[in-house]
Design a protein around this ligand. Structure first.
Ligand code: NAI
Length: 364
C-alpha cells in the first residue's frame, strides 16, 4: 500500500484543536527494531479502541501525530455508526529510513507497544501494513486482527470495505439521482486494494468507469479488466461523472478541489476526505451529495471486528456490511432538517457514543 496520509493540520500533543481530547496517546520507540510509533486512543465509551496501524514516511513527527489523532477520532465515529462494540483508536508507525527494514523486528516491537495499552487498543492492518505484518504482531500480542485468513472469514479487510462503498454508491444514486448503476459513470481515484475491488463491483453492475492512479500498472489493469477510461491523477477530481469515489488519499476535498468537482455524488473509501468541515458545507451548497467516509467505509472494520470477536460467518459479515446502505438512507432523511451530511453523520455518531469521560471503563 502506498497511499499518502491525511494532510497535516496544526495540532497539540493532547488532541486536535477544537475537538474532544484523546483519552490516551502512547509514544513508543525501540532502538533495535527501529520502531517509532504513536498509538492514539480517542474514545473507549463503547469498548476498547479498534483501528488499524498505518506505516508511512511522514514529513515530521508532528505530521505523524496529527494523522494518528485525526484517524483515531474518525474510528470513534466509524465504529459507533457501524454499531460495533468498540471505541476509536489508530496507530501510526513512522517508516524507518533506509531500504532494508527488518519487518519482523519492527512489528514484534510494535506488538509490545500494543500490549502496553493493556487491551485498551486493538490493531489491524492499514495503509503500509499487511496481514503478514499483523501475524508478527500476533506473536507478541493478542490485541490484533486482520490476520492471514484461516478459512472461516476475516483476513485482508479491503474487499469488505469495497463492498460497503459499492452499496453506498448504489444507494446514493438511487436516492439522490433516481438512477441505477447501469449506465451511470463513476470516477475512481486510486486503484489499490479497495479501489480495484470497487471497480469490479461497479463494472459488474454496468457502470462506466473513469480511473486514475499514480501507478501505471494499476491503471493498465483497470483498463484491461473493466474497459475503464483513464485520466491523469490531476484530472480525476474534476471529471464529469455521476459519482466521484476517492479511494487514495485523505484531504482531497478542500477549498481548491471542491469548487471544481463536477460529479453529483462523492462517495469513496479514503479516510478523512474532507480537509475541513467547511468543505463539506461547500459541497452541500453546490448540490453535491457527499457520503461521509466514516459512514460508508466501515466494511473493513466490521470484518476485522468480527474476526477478532470470533462471531459470525462470511455471509453474516457481508450482511452486516450491507447495513451501510440503510444507514445512507437514514442519513439522507436526517439531513432534511438541515446540516451537511458530514455534520449530520458526526452528530449521529456522537449521540451513539454518549460523550463524557471514559477513563474508568473496565476493558477486558
Ligand atoms: P492502497 O495503498 O492499496 O491503494 C491506494 C492507491 O491510491 C494506490 O494504488 C496508489 O498508487 C493510489 N494513489 C496514491 N496517490 C494517488 C494520487 N495522487 N492519485 C491517484 N491515485 C493515487 O490503499 P487501500 O487499502 O486501497 O485504501 C485506500 C483508501 O481507503 C485509503 O485512504 C485507506 O485509508 C482507506 N481505507 C481502506 C480500508 C481497507 O480496508 N483497506 C478501510 C477503510 C479505509
Amino acid at each position: 500500500m502506498n497511499t499518502k496520509p491525511t494532510h497535516s493540520v496544526p495540532t497539540s500533543l493532547f488532541g486536535l484543536p477544537g475537538e474532544d481530547p484523546h483519552e490516551l496517546i502512547l509514544f513508543g520507540s525501540d532502538s533495535d527494531g527501529g520502531l517509532r510509533s504513536i498509538v492514539a486512543i480517542h474514545n473507549t465509551s463503547r469498548g476498547p479502541a479498534f483501528g488499524g496501524c498505518r506505516m508511512w514516511r511522514y514529513a515530521s513527527d508532528l505530521a505523524a501525530l496529527t494523522d494518528a489523532l485525526r484517524l483515531s477520532q474518525g474510528m470513534t465515529f466509524k465504529n459507533a455508526l457501524a454499531d460495533l462494540p468498540f471505541g476509536g483508536g489508530k496507530a501510526v508507525i513512522i517508516a524507518p529510513e533506509g531500504a532494508s527494514i527488518d519487518r519482523s523486528q519492527l512489528f514484534h516491537a510494535f506488538g509490545d507497544l500494543v500490549n502496553s495499552a493493556g487491551g485498551r487498543y486493538i490493531t489491524a492492518e492499514d495503509v503500509g501494513t499487511t496481514t503478514a505484518d499483523m501475524r508478527m504482531v500476533a506473536s507478541r500480542s493478542k490485541f490484533v486482527s486482520g490476520l492471514p485468513r484461516q478459512g472461516k472469514f476475516g483476513g485482508d479487510p479491503s474487499p469488505k470495505t469495497a463492498w460497503g462503498v459499492f452499496l453506498a454508491i448504489e444507494q446514493g444514486l438511487r436516492l439522490h439521482l433516481k438512477k441505477s448503476l447501469k449506465g451511470s459513470t463513476v470516477a475512481v481515484q486510486g486503484l489499490g486494494s479497495v479501489g480495484l475491488a470497487l471497480c469490479e463491483y461497479l463494472s459488474d453492475s454496468g457502470a462506466q468507469l473513469i480511473v486514475a492512479d499514480v501507478d501505471e500498472l494499476r491503471v493498465a489493469k483497470a483498463i484491461g479488466r473493466f474497459g475503464a477510461r483513464r485520466v491523469s491523477p490531476e484530472e480525476i477530481l474534476e471529471v464529469s461523472a455521476d459519482v466521484l469515489a476517492p479511494c487514495a488519499l485523505g484531504g482531497v476535498l478542500n477549498s481548491t478541489s471542491v469548487p471544481k468537482i463536477r460529479a453529483s455524488i462523492v462517495a469513496g473509501a479514503a479516510n478523512n476526505q474532507l480537509s475541513r468541515p467547511e468543505d463539506g458545507v461547500m459541497l452541500r451548497d453546490r448540490g453535491v451529495l457527499y457520503l461521509p467516509d466514516f459512514l460508508i467505509n466501515a466494511g473493513g472494520i466490521v470484518s476485522v471486528a468480527r474476526e477478532y470477536l470470533g462471531t459470525g460467518s462470511e455471509s453474516e459479515v457481508m450482511s452486516e456490511v450491507a447495513l451501510i446502505a440503510g444507514r445512507v438512507a437514514e442519513l439522507l432523511e436526517r439531513c432534511q432538517s438541515g446540516g451537511s451530511p458530514a455534520e449530520v453523520a458526526e452528530t449521529w455518531a456522537r449521540q451513539k457514543i454518549g460523550l463524557g469521560s471514559s477513563w474508568s471503563r473496565e476493558v477486558p
